[in-house]
Structure formats: structure tokens, C-alpha cells
Design a protein around this ligand. Structure first.
Ligand code: HEC
Length: 195
């Protein structure tokens, strides 16, 4: 009769040790839900601003939404959720801002592969607790897929109006973020939460 007791004690000890060394599975799921909500707010706000500015000043006028407003919107959402928020991609328009780090590269590869296998929407997410020099961080990545609206600035010469092509060429030499069709893997939103 003493054997199961020992096993149970060992299990309890293991669980307690888990609590001391990092967030539980449930805590991670809660962080993931909060990250998902933050990405949802970012995408919704950006799309709203894009539509509004395209209607007001044409697509060439809306370029500033992605360039100047996007980081500000992301900053506000980051502050509200106590995280950092960054857009990353393998095909950057603005490599200074959107080049993925090592973890982000691995997460994007994983999500791109899942997308190729047919995974869609909210399921296109990847998260992990990562040990770093400054302690543990909860890291989260949500995949971004192109839609019809994105074609005005990320599509082909047939879908990008000449005025937009001219402005992109002037502002983003070496732009890699064109040539997309709708429903292709574009990159992701990366969230970091210090624990
Ligand atoms: C009006 C033009 C315009 C439209 C429409 C647009 N973008 Fe962008 N996008 C840009 C510009 C300009 C940048 C570079 C922003 C910067 O300087 O940080 C950019 C950057 C990005 C980035 C950051 C990575 C990078 O390449 O630097 C992602 C991700 C992105 N766009 C996704 C999308 C998606 C998805 C859509 C459609 C829902 C979309 N964009 C629609 C102009 C646009």
C-alpha cells in the first residue's frame, strides 16, 4: 500500500516544482488568449484605418497607415496588455522593423508549414515559454494571411496602382513585400510577455 502513496507524493512534488519554475499549462493558455485578443485589436484597428485612409486619400495616401500609424497602434495595444508587439515577416518591406529574431524565425516557419497544410485563422498560432538572459518570457506568434485589400500595396504590378508603386519604390528601396496573391502566408504578429 505504500507504493501508490510515494508515487502520488512524487507527482505532487513535480507539479509544485513546475509551478516554481514556470507558468502552468492553464496560465500559458490564458496568456495565449490575451495575446490573441491583442492581435485581434491590432488587425481590426489597422484594417479600419486602412479602409478609412484609402477612401479619403487613395491607396498612395494610406501608405502612411502602415508606416506611421501601425507602430503607434501596436504601441498602444502593447502598453494596454503589458507586452511588446511586433510585425515580422520573411519578406520585409521595412527590414529594420520586421526582421524576425531566432525564435520568431522558428515560429514563422512552423506556422507557414501549418498554413500550407490547411490550418487557418485563429488556429494559426504558436507559443512557448522561453528562457533568456533576463529571465523567462512568454512568446506568442499569430500568422497573418493576405486578403484582397492587401493587394493594393503587396500584390503584383497588375493590382498595385502606379502611384502606389512609385511611392513604394521611393520610400522602400529593396522592398520584398510584393508579389502576393490573396490568401497567402504574409508573416506574423509577435508578442513577448516578460514573466
Ligand atoms: C495602403 C498600402 C498598404 C496596404 C493596403 C497594406 N499594407 Fe502592409 N505595409 C504597407 C507598408 C507601407 C508597409 C511598411 C511599413 C513600415 O514601414 O513599417 C507594410 C508592412 C506590412 C507588414 C510588416 C512587415 C514588412 O513587410 O515590413 C505586414 C505584416 C503587412 N504590411 C501586412 C499587410 C496585410 C496582411 C495587409 C492586408 C490586410 C496589408 N499589409 C495591407 C502598405 C500597405
Amino acid at each position: 500500500m505504500s507504493k501508490p502513496k510515494i508515487a502520488l507524493t512524487a507527482l505532487a512534488a513535480a507539479l509544485l516544482a513546475g509551478c516554481a519554475t514556470g507558468p502552468t499549462v492553464e496560465q500559458q493558455a490564458a496568456y495565449a488568449a490575451d495575446s490573441r485578443a491583442a492581435v485581434g485589436e491590432l488587425v481590426k484597428t489597422l484594417l479600419g484605418e486602412l479602409r478609412q485612409d484609402i477612401a479619403a486619400g487613395g491607396p498612395e495616401g494610406a501608405i502612411t497607415v502602415c508606416r506611421d500609424k501601425a507602430p503607434k497602434i501596436a504601441g498602444g495595444i502593447a502598453q494596454k496588455h503589458g507586452v511588446s508587439v511586433k510585425r515580422v515577416t520573411f519578406k520585409p518591406r521595412n527590414p529594420q522593423r520586421s526582421t524576425p529574431d531566432e525564435w520568431e524565425t522558428q515560429a514563422l516557419r512552423e506556422l507557414e508549414q501549418r498554413f500550407a497544410q490547411g490550418v487557418k485563422g485563429d488556429a494559426l498560432e504558436y507559443y512557448q515559454v522561453v528562457d533568456g538572459p533576463k529571465g523567462k518570457t512568454f512568446r506568442y506568434m499569430k500568422g497573418l494571411v493576405t486578403a484582397e485589400l492587401c493587394m493594393t500595396c503587396h500584390g503584383t504590378p497588375e493590382t498595385i496602382p502606379p502611384a502606389v508603386q512609385a511611392k513604394l519604390a521611393a520610400e522602400y528601396p529593396g522592398d520584398k513585400a510584393t508579389g502576393y496573391l490573396p490568401n497567402q502566408f504574409r508573416g506574423g504578429v509577435s508578442i513577448q510577455r516578460p514573466l
